[in-house]
Design a protein around this ligand. Sequence first.
Ligand SMILES: *Cc1c(COP(=O)(O)O)cnc(C)c1O
Length: 458
Amino acid sequence: MFCPDSFPQISTEKLKELSAQPYYVRVAYVLSLYLDEFTPQELVEFCREAYSRFDEEGPAPVRDLTDRVAMLELWHGPTAAFKDMALQILPSLMTASLRKTGESRRVCILTATSGDTGKAALEGFRDREGCKVFVFYPADGVSRAQRLQMTTQLGGNVGVCGIRGNFDDAQSGVKAIFNDKALNDRLNAEGWMLSSANSINLGRLLPQVAYYVSAYCDMAAQEGGRLKWGAPLDVTVPTGNFGNILAAYYAKMMGLPLGRLICASNRNDVLAEFLSTGVYDRRRELKLTTSPSMDILVSSNFERALFHLSGGDADLVRDLMGKLTSDGVYVAPDMLRSAFDAHFLGGSCNDEDASTVIRETWNRQHILLDPHTAVAVAVAGANMASDGGSGNPMLVVSTASPHKFSEAVGEALGADISSTGVPIPRPLAGLSQKPVRFQNVIDINEMETEVLNFLNNK
Ligand SMILES: *Cc1c(COP(=O)(O)O)cnc(C)c1O
């Protein structure tokens, strides 16, 4: 896994300057600090194009939730979940770097999804030249809207397939394909290379750093706002694969004044547990919850966090990850624990409490939360209540449109979601009228054959 070995710094002066710029310029600036194979002008062009496909509210609006809590909405893109923030820009970066390096093979993007990544990858890569994109999703582990979004996907270079198993099974299956040397040699000979659009791809993480920078700029620049330039801002992030919150950590390491980084888990609370006990224990059943994009026990970006927080101790990380594979559990040494404690806190919330938060937030503020965001709002609230919090303003990251999870939201409200009058995002409207193109559901041991058939147009 690639990790930056040092973090470029952003000064408060630069932040003030960026606060006068549109979102795409902010992203291009952050990317330019890492990706020197592109000119700043190229990056601005790619970003301008990518972030023009978001709705009128813009890619990353910040709105007030209460007088102490603001919310960063990351679901105004073409698939109504935060994965668009990276997956709209990643295809341009990828195809441009293939061109620059003179790569002649075509790329197959192969992705396992807990629901939102798959759709965002399909939409980002659809009909891109020299690319195909194939997605595996757990057939019984996604919401109805999520499934329909994928099975009705348009484009001549896309494929979608359900698997009988959960997200971890889908992810392991995809990893096995990536690690199968014979298969990769064969694909290579046929002119294909495999690539992942999963959140371990560094091209996913870097664009995510940008929205923390952007939110900070917007909040600090607000006249009479609650955040002063240079003062710390806490963030709470609904977490699954640890990509989103790791991006917050990267932003903090780049000098963005962030305080507590609070990792919000649902009942699959391995991460929250690790952050409070130092023990990472995956030896439990994966539970299906109303926040399926966080139904994950083996969090793939967490390995990066271990690397950075251990001060780059690759041997330690290898040892811990080895234990996780062989024993299903590891215990962090004290030094590593205190390194995490200096930045991170964890908390978890079950479906029932998330449901209560959805109902109360609607009744009180007339703001409709999706279940993932509700988990974060609950955990942020518990954090501020437990020790009075840090006193810093709090930013909660909102990761999906409530309309993407209309069953759970409706159940929380005790009424159909349409009764709220909250408009349905354009990309989700009329889903059930669209023709289903991909019906297939397979066993895990058929995944490899499925990919080969797809690449050979069978
Ligand atoms: C992917 C996703 C998450 C989890 O994000 P990670 O980067 O995997 O931690 C949370 N909420 C929603 C709606 C998502 O799609």
